[in-house]
Design a protein around this ligand. Structure first.
Ligand code: ATP
Length: 229
């Protein structure tokens, strides 16, 4: 389980996170939902120790973040981090050299799944294919938790559907996925848990299926109540 407790973060004088707490379970897809600028990316960066925090604690399977716990998480950003001059093949070789948890068999499976060619150059990829390469590079790591930042942002419907279908495939298996989005429609039926954020705080956190069964409300219904009261 990823457990985030009372995160506080300021950029200069602007308070972005104001006591954020939630959990994301292994074997589940947890979705961090919030309007633009609500702090979703900052939360993922905080979990990855990519941004300093004023306050707060983060635990992975009950352990505070350290070198060992980092080996169990992969971060899939919304922009490519590989050199533009590289080919997809080159990017995979870089990952293989850098990460013990790199699984080439799974990477090949993912390339086929997304119909990508390993000879393609990073700089020449469309936005949709760039996100798919990011997914390949992250999902091919044998880790317990995957953090994905806005995988559907600015991508055409067919690519969105293809990316969404990854979540129901064996490529995610029983790992824990923490995903940020403001475009919930593509994955509403896939998510287990929703965490709604506003003004640096968690407004509500709920199991999507229980919400549907107990209150007859979809995630979008709850979002409307929270963001358009
Ligand atoms: N490096 C930075 N320096 C200053 N302000 C920043 C920095 N990074 C983010 N912010 C600000 O912090 C707030 C939260 O940003 P963040 O990227 O975490 O939001 P988000 O919910 O992921 O937004 P989006 O949905 O647009 O990606 C925004 O107001 C943003 O302008």
């Amino acid at each position: 389980m990823i457990e985030v407790r009372q995160l506080e973060k300021k950029y200069k004088r602007k308070k972005v996170l104001n006591g954020i707490s939630f959990t994301a379970n292994k074997g589940e897809i947890t979705c961090l939902i919030g309007t633009n600028g609500s702090g979703k990316t900052t939360i993922l960066k905080a979990i990855m120790n990519l941004t300093p925090l004023e306050k707060g604690e983060i635990f992975i399977d009950g352990k505070a973040l350290d070198r060992e716990t980092y080996e169990t998480i992969a971060f899939i950003p919304d922009a490519i981090t590989m050199m533009p001059s590289m080919t997809i093949q080159g990017a995979m070789e870089f990952m293989a050299e850098f990460y013990i948890s790199w699984n080439q068999e799974r990477a090949t499976e993912l390339l086929n799944f997304f119909k990508l060619s390993s000879r393609d150059k990073i700089s020449q990829l469309s936005k949709g294919n760039t996100m798919k390469v990011n997914m390949v590079l992250g999902l091919a790591l044998d880790v317990d938790y995957l953090l994905m930042d806005e995988p559907f942002s600015g991508i055409d419907i067919f690519s969105r559907e293809q990316i969404a279908s990854v979540f129901t495939s064996n490529l995610v298996e029983n790992r824990g996925v923490l995903i940020t989005t403001h475009e919930i429609s593509d994955i509403e039926h896939l998510i287990d848990k929703a965490v709604l954020i506003e003004n640096g705080k968690v407004v509500t956190e709920f199991n999507a299926e229980e919400m549907r069964e107990e209150s007859g409300k979809s995630v979008v219904d709850v979002m409307r109540e929270v963001y358009q009261p």
